[in-house]
Design a protein around this ligand. Structure first.
Ligand SMILES: O=C(O)CCC(=O)C(=O)O
Ligand SMILES: [Fe+2]
Length: 364
């Protein structure tokens, strides 16, 4: 087995436009994808002043009056976009101690009555009243556009790092007007001493790539290495934490690792931790089992040299082998937000929750 990791690699995006260092970046990326599944990316293309503006908005967003937040509750939205109150999500039967807003890139839902239900998982965001928080919507929409562009650039480098043509993953995306990518703006309040320290429980991300902005200086994010140890991934200013989701792991035959991670709540009487994960989606209609990629033998060999991750109790995805990607996505959302499901997807709700609204919900 290759040496197990005890910290996350830091990659310098400036290398990709430097002829003498491009191949160094690709080699570091290959290592990070196959052996770690997580990396920090510095000197990326998203303008720092825009990031700073977004970070500045976050406490103000959560400090809106409760009624203003409840006006855009996620349960209003068949697209699982909007506000979720503290402690309403659970992972493995334990409450996640976080409050959050889900916002997404602009999208007209493609679903019409009679069309496949999974097309309905994407649609317009709900926005807080602009009178109460002017310019917030414009700021986060700009931010999402910038991260989206970076994520598409990154996926080409990722293909190169796995020995493929740089456009080998283009088939997983539709044109921009048909795609939607999503972000959460999350607040992790301090542990008040009587509560669990589970900010979010151990899990994998579902899609292709996640670009996480750690929006306050608090540690708390931890990543599980191959031996099962939890490795800290503290905030590094000016970076994104980039990680691989289960869908990308599936189509790369496990070469690009989806790695289990979790967040511990800030300690008692600390200020809250804030973060903004951006989840890059793939086309809703792609059946991943028909799209598994082929790799050069010398690249595939690296997976065997890595060895197999220790068993983890992280939540898993099992449906990629038979359902279109959008359906897998929808099932994940149904399981984590049954109140939304009960209102907007009554048939699927009955299928997954035959005994009615559960006391314990699984986050992903
Ligand atoms: O808040 C974080 O740092 C990570 C959040 C996360 O892993 C998720 O929401 O999938
Ligand atoms: Fe995650």
């Amino acid at each position: 087995m290759a040496a197990d990791f005890s910290s996350l690699p830091i990659l310098d995006f400036a290398f990709i436009s430097d002829n003498t260092r491009h191949s160094e970046f690709i080699a570091q990326l290959r290592h990070a994808l196959i052996n770690v599944g997580f990396l920090y990316l510095k000197n990326h293309t998203v303008p720092q002043p825009l990031i700073d503006r977004l970070i500045d908005f976050i406490p103000r967003l959560f400090d809106l009056p409760q009624s203003a937040k409840d006006d855009i509750l996620m349960s209003n939205s068949p697209h699982f976009l909007g506000y979720s109150r503290l402690g309403t999500e659970f992972t493995k039967g334990k409450a996640d101690y976080r409050e959050q807003f889900d916002f997404a890139t602009p999208h007209e839902t493609q679903w019409r009555p009679g069309a496949p239900v999974h097309l309905r998982v994407w649609g317009p965001s709900q926005w807080p009243n602009p009178v109460l928080i002017p310019d917030f919507r414009e700021t986060i929409e700009n931010y999402l556009k910038e991260v989206q562009a970076l994520s598409y650039q990154f996926i080409r480098l990722l293909a190169e790092a796995l020995g493929l043509r740089s456009d080998a993953l283009a088939k997983f995306y539709d044109s921009d007007d048909l795609m939607q990518h999503r972000a959460k703006v999350i607040k992790y309040p301090a542990n008040d001493g009587s509560l669990t320290n589970q900010g979010v429980g151990p899990h994998y991300d579902a899609g292709f790539l996640t670009f996480l902005l750690q929006a306050s200086p608090h540690p708390g994010l931890q990543v599980q290495n191959l031996s099962g140890d939890w490795i800290d991934a503290p905030p590094i200013p000016g970076t994104f934490v980039v990680n691989i989701g289960k869908a990308l792991e599936f189509v790369t035959r496990g070469l690009a690792r989806a790695t289990s991670h979790r967040v511990l709540s800030p300690p008692v009487s600390s200020t809250p931790r804030y973060s903004v994960p951006f989840f890059q989606n793939i086309s809703l209609n792609t059946c991943l089992s028909q799209e598994v990629l082929d790799f050069p033998p010398d690249i595939l060999k690296l997976k065997d040299q890595r060895g197999h991750p220790a068993q983890t109790d992280s939540v898993n995805f099992t449906e990629f082998d038979r359902e279109p990607s959008g359906k897998v996505n929808l099932i994940g959302r149904i399981k984590s937000h049954p109140d939304v499901a009960e209102r907007h997807y009554p048939d699927l709700f009955k299928e997954y929750f035959p005994d009615g609204l559960p006391q314990h919900i699984s986050t992903y």
